[in-house]
Design a protein around this ligand. Structure first.
Ligand code: CTP
Length: 213
């Protein structure tokens, strides 16, 4: 089984020294890479900028921006049986990247942002019958499951790991697993390394077996 895992944040540059990003540290994606290796899988890790050591033996592809992550994933996705989208991809990027440095001025600075492509949704569109996809969803509340259900469908995922925004950049996490039916099936709370092992265990039981050639 060869799997592709996306991890970390992306950076969207305004000029040569400034960028828009988010609080993702990449810990969840890297923990999943370790857990996937422990399950005996070959891991292709597409990572945004993080300060983590990649697990030994993974095929690491470093990217900076969402567009780079998109292009890299599209080049690699045909060669894998499973995809886990753990990256916190920036939804928008500045329309223009200034060359050099934007100089300080007394006037307000207006930045126009344009949408980035939805990487996982495109993976979902290209999905083959022998592939599975597990997405992540950062949700402020679990009171309304409509938003994660919509994500599950739009991105054609077999399962969605729903977590609260408070877990970004933390060593622990809380994950609710929604399966294809749109129902919550499991809840895990603890260090990201442990939760990653639980998620991979669930995939082995529920997705990977039937898809393994
Ligand atoms: N994702 C992606 N490409 C994007 C945005 C998100 O591949 N441009 C993936 C993430 O890696 C994650 C899933 O889609 O697996 C859901 O990400 P999330 O930020 O929770 O949702 P969004 O689709 O961005 O929707 P919203 O920001 O409205 O909650």
């Amino acid at each position: 089984m060869r799997v592709l895992i996306t991890a970390g944040p992306t950076r969207e540059y305004l000029d040569d020294v400034r960028f828009i990003t988010n609080a993702s540290s990449g810990q969840m994606g890297y923990a999943l890479a370790l857990a996937a290796q422990a399950a005996g899988w070959d891991v292709v890790l597409v990572s945004g900028p993080v300060s983590l050591e990649p697990p030994r033996g993974v095929e690491l592809h470093k990217v900076i921006s969402a567009l780079e992550m998109y292009e890299t994933v599209m080049e690699l996705v045909d060669g894998v049986q499973g995809v886990i989208g753990a990256a916190a991809v920036a939804d928008y990027r500045p329309k223009f990247r200034h060359e050099g440095k934007i100089r300080r001025s007394a006037d307000p600075l207006v930045v126009e942002l344009v949408p980035n492509p939805d990487i996982l949704a495109e993976v979902g569109r290209r999905k083959r019958a022998d592939q599975w996809i597990v997405g992540f969803a950062l949700e402020p509340s679990l009171a309304d499951l409509e938003a994660p259900r919509r994500k599950l469908q739009t991105k054609n995922c077999d399962a969605l790991c729903i977590n609260p925004s408070s877990v970004l950049d933390e060593a622990w996490t809380e994950v609710y697993l929604m399966d294809r039916s749109g129902e919550l099936r499991s809840r895990w709370k603890g260090p990201k390394l442990n939760v990653a092992a639980e998620i991979v265990g669930w995939i082995v039981e529920n997705l990977a077996r039937s898809n393994t050639a």
